[in-house]
Design a protein around this ligand. Sequence first.
Ligand code: SAM
Length: 306
Amino acid sequence: MKSSSSAYNLPLFHDPLDNGAEEQETPKPKRTSPLNDLDLNRWREYDDITTDSLWLIPERDRSGAHLADYHGNFVPQIPYQAMRRFTKRGDLILDAFLGSGTSLIECRRLGRHGIGIELKPELAQQADDRIASQSNPYNVKTIVLTGDSSNTVSTPRVITHAVEEIGKEQVQLVFLHPPYHSIIKFSDQPEDLSNCPSVESFIQKFGQVVDVVTPFLETGRFLVLVIGDMYAASEWIPLGFHCMQEVIGRGFSLKSIVVKDMQGNRAKRNLENIWRYRALAGGFYIFKHEYVMFFRKGIRNGRTAI
Ligand SMILES: C[S@@+](CC[C@H](N)C(=O)[O-])C[C@H]1O[C@@H](n2cnc3c(N)ncnc32)[C@H](O)[C@@H]1O
């Protein structure tokens, strides 16, 4: 994947289709997809878009309103990649674990509308302010909701209102970047997935979030799950694969599992030697990766062409 310096520092959405079309002597008809704005006749030009399943991202994109100050945030390159490939300009994105607002900042830059849900009120307010500080060249709407994404009674109602306010009937992309169970404790609230008393209850609550958000997703569109595994009682807990099964079990097809590096993990920073000693002594490997999983709603066996 390209580093932020070349691909992400552009002032506006870099859409190769916006320029150069007249330069072709005999322009071919645009070969588009219902999922994105790319022209497959010009596939060689999209060098900002990765198609590999290993994402080594040397540095985080810190341009615009993106700051790296929220422990547990994801790099903006993740929503950038997902939105470029699986949404069109004017589409609506729903992020059920908004955190510091990374995905909605990226929405403004790429011309997608966005709804984000965050449990912690002060963080939701901070995210809202941060998103508002990002320029909005495509005049998109972004709505930050404070609430519990796993609440199957009240949250669907609130999302419905937000979707209507944006003038849509459904959303075209869902992001799920939940806590990796108890790895980072985000709050003291019992609704917080990082406070689930066991792995089983975490997976069950994660499934509730999937139940809440996926009815809003248009059939044929993508859900992106960003998750890492954990270690507990001397065992590797494959949280990512447990959560993957929750999504597949609800009628989604698995399209890709991307392995992304976790360089510079704050929890491990300055503790490299201690962790290396523990790993050698304890017979395990140190986490250096997380997953970005791509699922498609209601489409199995590739029956619908992209
Ligand atoms: C891994 S972080 C997401 C970070 C985000 N992608 C970003 O870039 O800032 C998970 C977030 O989910 C929130 N959260 C935990 N349980 C939640 C729930 N039940 N409903 C909504 N948000 C929740 C936490 O407060 C935390 O901010």
